[in-house]
Write a protein that binds this ligand. Structure first.
Ligand SMILES: [Zn+2]
Length: 414
């Protein structure tokens, strides 16, 4: 019996393994101090994958159910949830910003493995096997047995190390593989087109970055490896989590997960910037129109200007960081904000020089220096040389190009 409450897509490609672009750090001898560790117990925890799309009307109920795990006692202890957003419904009129082709490919690989000719959303995969229990309103199964301790540690150089001590010898001859997904939670998104038009969706456990690395055996039975974070921070989640799982011949054998503390997020994201791997975002104007409100689009993408004394931040005095409204890149700190009397939020310097680009702007019969987000080229405002000390600069920025993240915004530790 085919179900009506799922959306199917034909599997066109069944490549053996999705090609993942990853960088792996080499562990150094002088180990930097650990910032945060996330560990599993020895008992087996299940990896629960959801394949979902903002463009599919059948998906919000499945995501809401997944979100209910946020407050479940079972979270991280015996179930580690991850939501991979797929891109194969983008053609229905709404482009899912969290979707990546490799996530769709990952689901197609699963479908090929269990000889299905179609993929569908919402699609659940439990420990590497299709799980239709949610559709049939079953309880989430509990994994049994001993799998061994899995640990994920972020160190102060932004490297994440994975260590696994399996309870039993691996079944296959091939090395074990560790998978790391950085997850965003509390991501609220207004959907302006497609099947979910007019809805505001809140996503939890959204995969923002996914990497895998082959583990090596070291002392005793311990397997180890390391990764660096390369998350594209498209939007600012209320909190970040990490999910780690180990596969033996592609079958998950143990999983661990947990909420990331602020310092770990900082170390991981700073390593990202240190490596300058924050990739440039290139989206079509249609995609930007879907992503931004009309006002945001007019200013950020069409270089408009909001009227003075009307924006949300000209008279805003909280402590925190102002990020790019379009891509989430941190741009200005409240510490460098000053009252310029112009009616626009004004700063004397950006958080990082490389986060903004300057261009000479000769429009409107004036010679001014335009300021753009270096990551997505969104128009922010202009910079003038009549600012206060220490820089003497005045970054005159449109509120609508910014999104304020309060200093304590991510302080929701367990
Ligand atoms: Zn940007």
């Amino acid at each position: 019996m085919e179900r009506k409450n799922v959306r199917f897509d034909r599997v066109e490609r069944a490549t053996a393994l999705a090609l993942l672009v990853c960088t792996f750090a080499v562990a150094s001898n002088a180990a930097p101090p650990p910032v945060q560790s996330i560990t599993s117990g020895s008992a087996r925890a299940s990896l629960l994958e959801l394949y979902t799309s903002e463009g599919c009307s059948s998906c919000p109920p499945a995501e809401a159910w997944l979100s209910s795990l946020v407050t479940s006692d079972r979270l991280w202890k015996d179930v580690v949830p991850v939501a991979f957003h797929v891109d194969y419904w983008d053609h229905l009129g709404w482009v899912d910003v969290f979707a990546k082709p490799e996530y769709s490919e990952r689901q197609r690989d699963y479908a090929a493995a269990w000889k299905a000719d179609r993929v569908y959303t919402p699609g659940f995969v439990m420990n590497g096997r299709e799980w239709r229990g949610w559709l049939e309103k079953q309880k989430l199964p509990t994994a049994s047995g001993d799998a061994g301790a899995l640990a994920f540690t972020v160190t102060s150089d932004g490297v994440a190390t994975i260590q696994f001590q399996p309870a039993a010898a691996p079944k296959s001859q091939a090395p074990l593989v560790a998978h790391v997904a950085v997850l965003g939670a509390g991501l609220s998104r207004k959907i302006n087109a497609g099947e979910n038009k007019g809805k505001t969706l809140v996503h939890d456990f959204v995969v923002l970055d996914y990497q895998s690395t082959t583990l090596r055996t070291g002392s005793g039975r311990t397997w180890a490896g390391s990764t660096k974070w390369q998350a594209e921070r498209i939007d600012t989640p209320t909190r970040y989590a990490v999910a780690v799982w180990v596969t033996d011949n592609r079958a998950p054998i143990q999983a661990a997960g947990g909420w990331l503390e602020d310092q770990a997020v900082r170390e991981l994201s700073m390593s990202d910037e240190r490596n300058e791997t924050m990739s440039k975002i290139n989206k079509s104007e249609t995609e930007w129109k879907e992503l931004l409100t009309d006002d945001e689009y007019r200013v950020a993408r069409e270089k408009g200007t909001e009227a003075p004394f009307t924006g949300r931040y000209w008279n805003h005095h909280e402590d925190g960081v102002y990020v790019c409204v379009a891509c989430g890149q941190p741009l200005f700190s409240s510490a460098t904000k000053f009252d310029s009397g112009t009616g626009w939020p004004s700063f004397y310097e950006p958080v990082e020089r490389q986060n903004v680009d300057d261009y000479s702007d000769t429009s409107h019969g004036m010679v001014r220096t335009e300021v753009l987000c270096s990551r997505c080229d969104s128009h922010l405002g202009h910079v003038f040389d009549d600012g206060p000390r220490p820089t003497g600069l005045r970054y005159c920025i449109n509120s609508v190009s910014l999104k304020f993240v309060p200093k304590d915004g991510k302080d929701q530790k367990k």
